[in-house]
Ligand binder design. Sequence first.
Ligand code: GLU
Ligand code: ZN
Length: 511
Amino acid sequence: MTQIDNRLPEQQSKASAKTPRLRFAPSPTGFQHIGGFRTALFSWLYVRHCAGQFILRIEDTDTARTVEGAVDDLIAGMNWLGMDIDEGPIIGGPYGPYYQTQRKALYQQYANQLIESGHAYRCYCTPQRLEEMRKEQEARSMPPRYDRRCRFLTAQERADNEARSTPWVVRFAMPLEGETVVHDELHGDMVFKNIDIDDTVILKSNGLAPYHLAHLVDDHFMGITHVLRGEEWISSAPRHVQIYKALGWELPLFYHVPNILGTDKKKLSKRRGAPAWSDFQREGYLPEAVLNFLALLGWSYDDKTELFTREDLIRVFTLERVGISAGIYDPDKLLWMNGVYIRRLPIDELTRRTLPYLERSQAEGGLPDSVQRPLDYEYTLRVLQLEQERLKTLGEAAQKDAFFYVDTLTYDTALLIQKGMNAASTQYGLQSALDLLTTIQPWEHAAMEPPMRTLASTLGLKTGQLFGSIRTAVSGSTATPPLFQMMEVLGRERSMTRIEQAIERLAQIDH
Ligand code: GLU
Ligand code: ZN
């Protein structure tokens, strides 16, 4: 086991006791959905704002629920979002180890100290007894609570249990009277009646400490100054305050931050389909857009500004502006914001970042597998120049722009025929367009458009009718970038071949 530095933070070498030190302390019991990253982001932004330190600690004491790969996925997500870690697993640091399963000895030491000082006791109750108690309480609609039997065992009863080697856990003895005030920087003072609070387990029979003791010992020895965590921990906070008191340790500042709700006002959860960071990555959201979006889930600068670069956020982020009402996760807003960030990208960067999305396999969302990889960089840049305005995710480009790359278009021939036209008149219009296009020099949109407009009126067609047919012919689609710019990028040969093919399709229809 790694050596644990359990001197008080002030005695430890590196950090001064005043440097803000905030941590993200996930339990690797599943894949973190974006709500967890939002909470981590608040800590991270604050730390970067005031030159503090950001610590990642893995709360893996619930070993039965630990999911393999969850830590790697979490770190990959933080990397993707650009949340760099000052201390934690992998990079290490002076207050390690950063996995709770490697800090067992420390929790045992303080559980024992609490027993010695009369603030905790061994509970020898069997799981069966606890289960019966729970059932009975449930039947009587009472909150589930340990009845404190072992707190009041006689010395003899205790000795008997020890002599029989009865398995035990350690429970914290909550004061039976009075109230506990939890001071929270966002919520103010919250008052709890001590009698309502259970004597919770602080050391399990396997020697591992549950959250209530473990996080607190770690926060203390890791010199954590601000504890930022989800508001679901508010109800446990009075118990934590009492444990701090019993150990004679200084309390950190508490910030219980609001949950994130879906647009249906229900709490976002993995089970209800809350996205993971990798979903965003797969769909082609830009991490800088996701970061901006997450920052606004429960924090605001002035209630109106919405677009913040990472540097902006670091500059203006303060904890005072974290609200206490839930942030709403609105996927449409994220999509909009991503579009804004895409439009701001220099075209070279957009191309560089979109290419992997186009080049991945069709099954993964890329271009049809018939399209040869690698793609031509210059060609893709010209395609994206036309698409940048309307692209909302990088992943979308594969569907929207497949027609720029494939050899054969598949579309419904009926889409060629515009309102007020039939197969014959469409065929005639396309043939006339084809004849005209043969003469166009150079193959540039500015050289095509004026004569094509003239052609439409010569044929007695609205430009929408003629251009609509051409649009479908060259792209197989009715929603595309501007027609002649698109044809310029497609090139003369491809454009004209496609118009010829459209004419053939129409010729096959019975007139
Ligand atoms: N391990 C806890 C969780 O994942 C951490 C809560 C905290 O930040 O203290 O919910
Ligand atoms: Zn007991």
